[in-house]
Design a protein around this ligand. Structure first.
Ligand code: GLU
Ligand code: ZN
Length: 504
């Protein structure tokens, strides 16, 4: 229930004022898919509402942030196809957009909060805090910070200083209920006993996330904060800090908040940053298309419509409304992600498809010698490959038979396809293929069909040994097109080699 004193937060979208949203990751390690989903929803929200997307780098944790991670982050954002209106590389009216370059701002705001009594110095040591927390817990009382240093006298402070203690800066939470209307979850209320005073500046003077994030949102005039549910518990603190900033004339308004649902991984556990499945690089390396991955990630909490899973980012932008986001945890399903990516592969122009495969057609992925790559064979096979792949990295194994001197035999495929009588079938198939018209795949299909008939085998059973003899594997691209592209001479030589191997 809203307390009369609780701050008013705008939840209405638009109102004629274009929204300003932000994406503000910490550049630590590989970006993970949860982060990408947050970026996507902010981007779609900004674009749908013709607002501004601010990209800010939260790199105040010098121990964990690195220049390399910063570079990776920007590269990932560009690869995904995001554009931003303010931030690194594009600039904007609130520069700089890297928090590591904004330290003076935070120092200044912390000083103002202290001066106004909205924050205070706390001298408690970690041991003292722990001991009091334990005692409170044992007594069945709230175990957050107990306000010990809220009203220290000048003498008490001087005594602590004389002991050599250096204080942290703690924000003074107002003793009131905090209510806000989450754009995804509706009204949420926090009682004061559950939101104790909290640290905003470390003893060494380093400002914390709890300060720098809302201060920058205020200074950058952010209207809507869309972020993961893991940050929900920091919202009542931030709302209170915002209110103080508003009263001090530093913030103009309190933004609306929308918390995006958790993403669950294997075993219905929250997908963690450290989960290999969560790493964006994994999807890039496997050959996801950015548009396929984004389409899939958009479904983690949102949908375009009940009967349309595949859509473009333009379609998403046209339809996106954050109040449609489902607050329930979303399950990350790799199979579905791949299926959706495959559908996006199908949507590409064939030339575009062929170009996007390029990285997997050379070292370090390609097992063939560069000079054995045959451009015209590739041009001919590409449209067939496009109908089959789920991820681009699958291209290498699917076309290696065209460029290797002999097929890369897969042990299991050989055992499965080469059964009793396979040699007889292969001999007949060789004869028929030799006599076939090599200018069309239909004629090659008829040849194998006829060979099968001669041995009482249906096409599926008859083509398996031929496929393994020629490509090395039981599954692959459409067979007769593959044979035609490989050519008569090489195909027959491979059937002969397989026969020799069988009779050896
Ligand atoms: N840098 C914070 C993070 O990556 C941002 C959280 C927020 O959106 O407020 O978790
Ligand atoms: Zn204290």
């Amino acid at each position: 229930m809203a307390n009369a004193n609780s701050p008013k937060i705008s939840t209405s979208l638009g109102q004629g004022v274009p929204p300003r949203v932000r994406f503000c990751p910490s550049p630590t390690g590989n970006p993970h898919v949860g982060l990408v989903r947050t970026a996507l929803f902010n981007w779609a929200f900004a674009r749908h509402n013709e607002g501004t997307l601010v990209f800010r780098i939260e790199d105040t944790d010098a121990a964990r942030d690195s220049e390399e991670s910063y570079g990776q982050l920007l590269d990932s954002m560009r690869w995904l196809g995001f554009d931003w209106d303010e931030g690194p590389e594009v600039g904007g009216p609130h520069e700089p957009y890297r928090q590591s370059q904004r330290m003076d701002i935070y120092r200044d705001v912390a000083a103002k909060l202290l001066e106004a009594g909205r924050a205070y110095h706390c001298y408690c040591s970690t041991e003292e805090l722990d001991a009091r927390r334990e005692a409170a817990r044992a007594a069945g009382k709230p175990s957050g910070y107990d306000g010990h240093c809220r009203e220290l006298t000048a003498e008490q402070k001087a005594a602590y200083e004389a002991e050599g203690r250096t204080p942290i800066v703690r924000f003074r939470m107002p003793d009131e209920t905090i209510t806000f209307t989450d754009l995804v979850r509706g009204e949420i209320t926090y009682l004061p006993e559950n939101v104790p005073d909290y640290g905003i500046v470390r003893a060494n003077g380093a400002p914390l996330y709890t300060l720098v994030n809302p201060v920058d949102d205020a200074l950058m005039e952010i209207t809507h904060v869309l972020r993961g549910e893991d940050l929900l518990s920091s919202t009542p603190r931030q709302v209170a800090l915002y209110k103080a900033l508003t009263e001090l004339g530093i913030a103009k308004q309190i933004p609306a908040f929308g918390h995006l649902p958790y993403v669950m991984g294997e075993g219905n556990k929250k997908l963690s940053k450290r989960d290999p499945q969560a790493s964006l690089n994994l999807y890039r390396e496997r050959g996801f298309l950015p548009e396929g991955l984004l389409n899939y990630l958009s479904l983690l909490g949102w949908s375009l419509s009940a009967d349309q899973d595949i859509f473009t980012m333009d379609e998403m932008v046209a339809a996106f409304d954050v109040t449609d986001v489902n607050p329930n945890p979303a399950r990350f399903d790799l199979k579905k992600a791949e299926a959706i990516n495959g559908d996006h592969i199908r949507l590409l122009d064939v030339k575009d498809f062929a170009e996007r495969c390029a990285p997997w057609l050379k070292a370090p992925f390609a097992p063939w010698a560069p000079e054995d790559f045959d451009q015209s064979a590739w041009d001919a096979i590409a449209p067939h490959a496009q109908t089959r792949l789920k991820v681009l990295s699958e291209i290498t194994d699917n076309v290696d038979f065209l460029f290797l001197p002999e097929p890369a035999f897969d042990e299991a495929s050989w055992t499965k396809a080469m059964k009793e009588g396979s040699d007889a079938l292969l001999r007949t198939a060789r004869e028929k293929l030799d006599a076939a018209d090599w200018s069309s795949p239909e004629s090659l299909k008829e040849a194998v069909l006829a060979a099968g008939e001669a041995h009482g085998l249906k096409l599926g059973k008859a083509q398996a040994p031929v496929r393994v003899a020629v490509t090395g594997r039981t599954i692959g691209l459409p067979l007769f097109e593959s044979l035609e592209i490989l050519g008569k001479e090489k195909t027959l030589a491979r059937v002969d080699a397989a026969l020799a191997k069988l009779t050896a």
